[in-house]
Design a protein around this ligand. Sequence first.
Ligand SMILES: Cc1ncc(COP(=O)(O)O)c(C=O)c1O
Length: 421
Amino acid sequence: MELAILGGAPVRKVPFPPWPVYGEEEERSLREVLESGSWGGYNGKVEELESAFAELHQVRHAISCANGTVALEATLRALGIGCGDEVIVPPFTFIATATSVLLCHAAPMFADIDAATLNLSPAAVETAITPRTKAIIAVHFGGLPADVDALRRIAERHKLALIEDAAHAHGARWRGVPVGNFGSAGTFSFQAFKLATSGEGGIIVTNDSDLAARLWSYCNQGRRKGAGWYEHFTLGSNYRLTGFQAAILCAQLRKLPEQSRIRKENVHYFRRHLRAIPGLTMPEDDPRADRQPYYLVTLRYDPSQFDGISRDLFLRALQAEGIPAQRTYPYPLYRNPVFSRPPCRCGAWKAPQDYTSLFLPESEKVCRDGIWLEHSLFLGAQKDVEDILAACEKIQRHASALVRLEQREETIQQSDALGSR
Ligand SMILES: Cc1ncc(COP(=O)(O)O)c(C=O)c1O
C-alpha cells in the first residue's frame, strides 16, 4: 500500500481519543460553584481540591495557584532564593522550569540529562554545583520520576533545596512514595494538556508547615490564614485558582487513576511491539518508578534504519498516516535568547554559564532525534496502539520512496535559494 504522504490511503482514518475528557461530574461540580454565588478563590471547592490532591500525593499540605509556572516561582521565593543565587535545572523541559528562576532574579544553571531516562543526570548536577548554588529543580519528565534517591543525597550533602517539578507526573510514585515527597516541595500544572486539567491552574505540595504557610501567603497577597482580608504581612501576589477551576479539577482527579491504568496498559503493549521496529526506541521503565502516569512517550529515531530519511520527513509521513506525533523541543532551553539577558538591572546578577556557547550533548541529541506521542493517544483501545505501530512499520517498508521525495524537495529548495539571490 502506498504511503499516505505520497497519495495512498492512511493507516488511521478516525481520530484518537479527545482530550480533555469530561462528563456529568464536571458539569455538576461547575454548577455547584455557579449557583453558590462564590466564584473566586475562596470557594470551598478550592479546599476540597487541595485536600484531595494532598491525599493522592500523601503530603501534609497542598496549595493551589494559577498555573505551574507561578507554582515554581512562588516555591523559589518562599525558599528565599533571589539575586546572586544559582539554581540547577535540566535544559530538556518546558521553559517555565528555568524562567521561574529568572523571575526570582536568580540564575538558572543548566545540567545535562541522562540519556536513558531524559531526566536530570545526578552526575551532571554534581559538576554544576558552585558556592552560589541554592537549589536543584528536578523535572519528572513525561511522568517518569527523576532519580530522587541520588538527587536528594546530593542536595543534602551540599545543603541545597530540592524542588520537584512534577508538571507531568500527577500521581507518579518512586519506590511506592508519591512524587512531591522527596524535596522541599513539588509543583504541578493543570494546563490544558496536563493529566488533570482545568485549562490553566497549578498546585504546590509540601510536608513543611512553615513553607506551606509562606506559600499560601505569597499566593494570597501576603495575607495570613485566619487574619483579616485587608491585613498583609509579607510581599505577595494574587495567584489564586478560581472556584470553577477547582470544581473541574475535583472531578478530573477522580478520573486520573483509571486513566493512568489504561495508559500504562497501552504504553506497555506499545513498547513490547515497538521492539520489532528497528530505529525507533523508547526509554525503558525504571523499576524504582513503580507508578507512572505516562504523560508523554518520547521515541528516539535512528535515520539509518529508515534509509537515511530525516526525522522531520518521517514525522510528516507519520502525520499523513493519521498519527498526530510531534517533534520534541526544537533545541535545549539555553539556546533561547531570554537567557542571554539579565533579568534585572541589579549589579549582583551574574550569568553562571555562557549560555550561548553551552552544549549539553544528551539534551542536544534528543532535540534532534526525539518524537513525542501524547498521552491521549494511549487512552483508548489497543487498536489505537496497533495503528501507531502499523504506520511506523509501513513507513519503514516504504522508506526508499521517501528518499526520492526528500531528494526532490532538496533540489526545489536549492533552486529556490538560487532564484532568490
Ligand atoms: C515541566 C513543566 N514545568 C512547568 C510547566 C508550567 O506549567 P503552566 O503551563 O501551568 O504554567 C510546564 C507546562 O507545560 C511543564 O511542562
